[in-house]
Design a protein around this ligand. Structure first.
Ligand SMILES: [Zn+2]
Ligand SMILES: [Zn+2]
Length: 269
């Protein structure tokens, strides 16, 4: 049976895992894009302004607080699993490989749908003012913005997984891959630079997945582009910003060249 000591240990382990994942993924993106390749990629910057350092520090602090809450949810899931109340299965042979892949895809779809509607609710004036505004204080997002939430929003962001583990059989590896994909996609939406190829929106994948420009425009304009992974709900509900495609193509069509880098270096001197 789960002792109080076990609960604390699971919470600490979960918190450290969340922290490591955030600093590895957001940190790698920030370091590469904002320091190593910043000059070469400058033509790909979606907004011309940069987030001030104090805002970035606030985003990191808020994200760490979000992880306190996420870790509590993860501990609750482990506890429910110990009680035999969830559908999580640890014996991989219990279901096929195909089932594991399908359950991952199903998880993405469930989360995407939950996120879209929860996000739209968050934009109701009263909820926006008291809860979601915290995330939107980052008008110019950076990779560190990904988990910068008001504590109530942090609870709502993670809460969807609780009913899911009661209904959908999931292997812990699938849950871990999902958590990694969710973090990577969240960071990608906030990197502030458009790195997808210029014809991406004309390709099948571009019609399915959202781009960095999509979520960047959400931070810039607020009442548009609510989706997370996929563009389905924004398409169905007609909430894509009318200039989304044009803005994407403007940024994505800019070519990175050595000449651009040299010209920028000359301008800076
Ligand atoms: Zn929003
Ligand atoms: Zn955001």
């Amino acid at each position: 049976m789960f002792s109080q000591w076990d609960v604390q240990l699971v919470w600490v382990y979960s918190f450290l895992m969340l922290l490591t994942r955030y600093f590895l993924i957001a940190g790698a993106a920030y370091w590469c894009i904002y320091f190593i390749f910043n000059k070469r990629l400058s033509v790909k910057k979606i907004q011309q302004r940069f987030a001030p350092n104090n805002k970035i520090i606030n985003e990191i602090i808020a994200s760490v607080f979000s992880f306190f809450i996420f870790a509590a949810f993860m501990t609750l899931i482990v506890y429910l699993q110990e009680l035999g109340l969830t559908k999580i299965y640890t014996d991989f042979s219990q279901h096929s490989w195909w089932y594991a892949v399908l359950s991952f895809v199903a998880l993405l779809f469930i989360h995407d749908t939950y996120f879209y509607w929860m996000h739209r609710l968050m934009h109701l004036p009263v909820l926006f003012k008291h809860i979601h505004l915290h995330h939107h204080k980052s008008v110019t997002p950076t990779p560190w913005t990904a988990f910068s939430f008001h504590p109530v929003e942090a609870i709502l962001e993670f809460a969807f997984i609780i009913p899911v583990v009661f209904i959908l059989p999931l292997h812990p590896v699938v849950l871990m891959i999902f958590a990694f994909a969710m973090t990577a996609m969240n960071v990608l939406g906030h990197i502030g630079y458009e790195l997808f190829p210029k014809n991406f929106l004309q390709q099948p994948l571009g019609k399915i997945f959202n781009t960095t420009t999509h979520h960047d425009m959400h931070h810039h304009y607020n009442k548009c582009n609510y989706g997370l992974y996929f563009n389905f709900w924004d398409l169905i509900m007609r909430t894509n910003h009318k200039k989304y495609q044009k803005t994407f193509e403007q940024k994505a069509s800019k070519t990175i060249s050595k000449q651009t880098t040299t010209m920028q270096q000359l301008q800076q001197h």
